[in-house]
Design a protein around this ligand. Structure first.
Ligand code: NAD
Length: 536
């Protein structure tokens, strides 16, 4: 049952009349249900700046008021993180791995409670919330192994008695600026690799999911402190745009790992570049599934359903474009609509819920505007198109998953080239595979794509030079829901960033190319002759 909406007078201090639904979850992750909460950690918990509120997207209930950093506290936290880095960089990598192993254990112990907190605060359904914490656990496992495998190289020198080494050294301070929709996992991907590499991190989470970041930082900091490591190795600074801007501008931050919209990513990327810092940009996606006439529809239909409706369409990898071969289009859409018809929106914490709310009221407005736009261009709305306004859903941000068939198939039209962060799936019909690949590649974004086929020739084309240009190129697997093993990220306006597995760790180190001379001569490279005569 959803709790009833409680209206608090603006600015009034929240003395707890929290629902048992919320207070049970907050207590289980050690978050106070009776006070304003500190939102800054740099070895100590603090916060005397602006107050932000965490609001439950399902019930509208104010979950907590969080005290963010004042400008002075922000500066201090960055300074302390830098000091912590100077200590931590000298800790041998396998010992850093042992600390990560302990963080992994501590997270796994709280997996279900943290997963429920993600559902409560972000709004995704419980199984996805728990899955997100599992992803953090998985990347810790990966990073424990990595801590003994971050190998450099020995390179043959052209000069006698010389050797060249490529040495991965710790990089410095890594700022992690994260989006609302993965309030735990994205930080996990960055923290695990960054710690293994010997860096200190500053986390600036989304201002609408501060509680997830506080709960995670509480767990991580306890492990650090128990190992005699300065807590500021994993600092937390909650806040909004200005806080993000200050961190991005700081010369004390070597690497900014930013996850968020293309709009903000463009600003952040330029700001970091202007001071010659490093950045990893993980930005918006606009992902397509292509279904060939030979596809197994019993696999493809549920996968598109999950890709488009899962997380209420709020994954960077959500399926937003559906390209159907003419021969199977009618059957596919009929089967997909049946699944849509059976979806019942409900509390994401309740068992069996498949559709939770959008994260904010503003997201509902964006959804409604997108539907209006579809109608204005005479798109056929096959299903959905409205908000849920009946109690108890009216107090939350619930919208109907929508399938539309725009008249235009021109990928340069607004409807095809823009990421709308809501459960809206636009479909089009194609006759040639080449046409579908062209549509897939014609948008600015390049995150994820998925081909449904049983034909090896299609597969070969799809993953090769003339195939999909996205970072994630799947076959008989939906666009959404990646594992941690491969490097995750997208091309073009998705930012070209790579995180998590693969070679992503190589971005979190400072590479030193070291030429060592162990001979009695000092020849120059390329045989350059530059005699030095003794001068009287
Ligand atoms: P957003 O861009 O609004 O915010 C992201 C972060 O940037 C937040 O922490 C925010 O406070 C901060 N921020 C805002 N303005 C800033 C500024 N001027 N300088 C520095 N920081 C600033 O994104 P959102 O709405 O939270 O998240 C949704 C977006 O994130 C979608 O576009 C989604 O596709 C994208 N996303 C991408 C990936 C990926 O891996 N590619 C993963 C998750 C989400």
């Amino acid at each position: 049952m959803l709790a009833a909406k409680r209206v608090l007078p603006a600015g009034r201090y929240l003395t707890r009349a929290l629902s048992t639904r919320a207070s049970g979850i907050l207590s289980s992750v050690g978050i106070s249900t009776s006070d304003e909460i500190y939102g800054v950690y740099d070895g100590q918990w603090k916060g005397s700046g602006e107050i932000i509120t965490s609001t439950c997207p399902t019930t509208g209930e104010v979950l907590a008021r969080v005290k963010t950093a004042s400008p002075k506290e922000l500066e201090e936290a960055v300074g302390k993180t830098r000091e912590a880095y100077k200590v931590f960089r000298n800790t041998p990598a396998p010992l850093r791995g042992e600390i990560l192993r302990q963080i992994r254990e501590a997270l796994a112990d709280k997996r279900d409670a943290l997963g429920a907190l993600v559902s409560l605060e972000m709004g995704k359904i419980r199984t996805e919330g728990v899955g997100e914490v599992q992803e953090f656990v998985d990347i810790c496992d990966y990073a424990v192994g990595l801590s003994r495998m971050m190998n450099g190289r020995v390179i043959a020198s052209e000069r006698p008695g010389h050797s060249i080494l490529e040495v991965p050294n710790p990089l410095g301070v890594v700022a992690v600026l994260s989006a609302f929709n993965f309030p735990v996992a994205v930080y996990g991907w960055n923290l695990a690799l960054s710690l293994a590499a010997g860096n200190a991190t500053i986390w600036k989470p989304s201002p609408t999911t501060p509680l997830c970041s506080i709960a995670v930082t509480t767990i991580v900091s306890r492990v650090l402190e128990a190992n005699g490591v300065p807590g500021a190795v994993a600092s937390l600074i909650t806040g909004g745009k200005e806080t993000g801007e200050a961190i991005v501008a700081s010369p004390d931050v070597e690497l900014v790992s930013f996850t968020g919209s293309e709009h903000v990513g463009r600003i952040v990327g330029k700001a970091v570049q202007s001071r010659f810092g490093k950045s990893i940009l993980e930005l918006g996606g606009n992902n397509a599934s292509i279904v060939m006439p030979d596809a197994d529809l019993s696999l493809a239909v549920p996968a598109v359903f999950f890709g488009a409706v899962g997380t209420a369409g709020q994954r960077c990898t959500s399926t937003r474009r559906l390209y159907l071969h003419r021969n199977i289009a009618t059957e596919f859409l009929e089967r997909l609509q049946k699944l849509y018809g059976a979806v019942t929106p409900a509390d994401p914490l309740a068992d069996n819920t498949l559709l939770g709310p959008l994260h904010t009221r503003a997201a509902c407005d964006t959804y409604e505007q997108a539907v209006q736009h579809l109608k204005s261009i005479d798109a056929e709305i096959l299903t959905g198109g409205n908000r849920y306004t009946q109690p108890p859903l009216d107090v939350g941000n619930f919208v109907q998953p929508t399938i539309a068939i725009p008249k235009s198939v021109n990928p340069n039209d607004h409807i095809w080239k823009t990421e709308t962060f809501a459960p809206i799936l636009n479909a089009a019909i194609f006759d040639d595979f080449e046409q579908a690949i062209e549509w897939n590649n014609a948008v600015p974004q390049g995150l994820s794509s998925s081909l449904w086929t049983r034909d090896l020739r299609n597969l070969g084309t799809w993953i090769g030079p003339s195939g999909s240009d996205t970072g994630i190129v799947n076959v008989n697997v939906g666009t959404s829901g990646a594992e941690i093993g491969a490097a995750f990220g997208g091309n073009k306006s998705t930012g070209w960033g790579r995180e998590s597995g693969g070679d992503a760790w190589k971005q979190y180190v400072r590479w030193s190319a070291c030429t060592i001379n162990f001979s009695d001569a000092a020849p120059l490279a390329q045989g350059v002759n530059f005699p030095a005569y003794d001068v009287e």
